[in-house]
Design a protein around this ligand. Structure first.
Ligand code: ADP
Ligand code: MG
Length: 381
């Protein structure tokens, strides 16, 4: 595989001086970054450490501060306070081009008058890379992205997906220690987006790239990332592996944003060091492995639709009536109106299609304690 050679060739290449971030220390460390715009806090003390070869995603809804954080790391936006260290070197006050980072944005920002080849060669020309070395690198990078056959075309002769691949090549070609991507697939349709996600992940893994990626799309974040920083109101709610975010959400927001969790109101009936026994408002008992607080405390128990199961009456934590059944490929989405408490609202399940109940059926629901997270009701009570 030529791709595998590329890595070692680049790593040992003497022709290009190493980017400023290269050296000892973590690829990236951000401490207490903060940015306000005339009184409005866009980013509120964001801190994180990113290891070499890691794919990290900022995930959050629009306005949560993802782009502002990325722009501060890139150097296009000056932080009010805090510091950014790339490869052991403080770059907080350095101009973007002196930080040695690569960027890919939603708008491709290719030079329209240049060919694909020239666009990708441009960063190397800027850095004074000798001709032979430049040719080799551009050729290899285009090959890795499947663009070799299009080297002579201009951006307007390419599809959106191809243009975005060129933009990716341009960021890859000088092997920056960290590549920053802000919603790079946001302008593409779903099918192309899926395809490019796979491609970005493949290239990142083959070359051992360190990537910081921004998206508002949970699925995209889950597909791509080693770790995800879930952002809300300028803060990181939780920075963890996709699995930890699913299985150990630290806030109701994370449980809801990633898993579209059901939230079942109740009170803590018994708290041991290992488990919380919850008396749900619907009357049933539910066991959770997370800590729920003092006995009698009002809580919400969060369970993802895919982690609920049907069971024999009497074994479950609640019974109810099936209201809707929707087939989604091999899965079926089911809503159940629980008996016993009108305020609890519909419970959503996702089951294998073969286990689909029928509308109007009485069912009992159960969940593994490991799949239940308990959160205090905000504002006490
Ligand atoms: P995201 O990328 O998560 O959608 P942003 O980082 O773009 O969020 O924005 C975070 C907050 O900062 C938003 O409330 C946004 O309106 C505000 N903001 C971003 N850039 C500016 C700016 N240049 N001037 C004023 N407010 C801004
Ligand atoms: Mg943004």
């Amino acid at each position: 595989m030529p791709e595998l050679n590329l890595k070692s060739q680049h790593a040992s290449s003497p022709a290009v001086s190493p980017p400023p971030g290269t050296g000892t220390g973590k690829p990236l460390s951000v401490t207490d970054l903060r940015k306000t715009y005339s009184g409005l806090t866009a980013v509120d003390t964001v801190s994180m450490e990113i290891a070499g070869g890691e794919f990290v995603t900022f995930l959050g809804s629009s306005g949560s501060g993802k782009t502002t954080t990325l722009m501060m790391i890139a150097g296009f936006c000056e932080p009010d306070s805090g510091s950014i260290v790339v490869g052991g070197r403080d770059v907080t006050r350095l101009a973007p081009q002196k930080r040695g980072l690569g960027f890919v944005f939603q708008q491709y920002l290719l030079f329209p008058h240049m060919t694909v080849w020239e666009n990708v060669a441009f960063p190397l020309q800027l850095r004074g890379v000798p001709k032979a070395e430049l040719r080799r690198r551009v050729g290899e990078t285009l090959e890795i992205a499947g663009l070799s056959a299009m080297a002579r075309r201009r951006p307007r002769e390419l599809s959106g997906g191809q243009q975005q691949r060129v933009a990716l090549c341009r960021a890859l070609v000088y092997r920056p220690p960290v590549i920053l991507m802000d919603e790079p697939l946001g302008a593409l349709d779903k099918k192309l987006r899926d395809q490019l996600q796979t491609e970005i992940k493949r290239i990142q893994q083959e070359l051992g790239l360190t990537v910081i990626y921004v998206t508002h799309d949970q699925e995209e974040a889950l597909v791509l990332s080693d770790r995800i920083a879930v952002m809300r109101d300028g803060l990181i709610d939780q920075f963890d592996t996709p699995r930890e975010l699913f299985e150990r959400p630290r806030t109701p927001f994370v449980a809801d944003f990633l898993g579209a969790a059901n939230f079942l109101p109740g009170t803590v009936q018994q708290q041991t060091s290992e488990q919380t026994l919850v008396r749900l408002d619907t009357g049933g008992l539910l066991n959770a492995r997370s800590q729920g607080g003092a006995e009698g405390a009002q809580i919400r128990a969060a369970v993802q639709p895919g982690r609920l199961r049907l069971c024999t009456p009497g074994d479950g934590f609640c019974t109810g009536t099936v209201e809707t059944v929707t087939y989604v490929g091999t899965l079926v989405r089911v809503t159940v109106r629980p008996a016993g408490d009108a305020a609890t609202g519909l419970v959503r399940l996702e089951l294998p299609a073969g286990q689909a109940p029928v509308i109007g059926e009485q069912v009992s629901l159960t969940a593994d304690p490991d799949d239940v997270s308990v959160f205090a009701v905000e504002g006490g009570g």
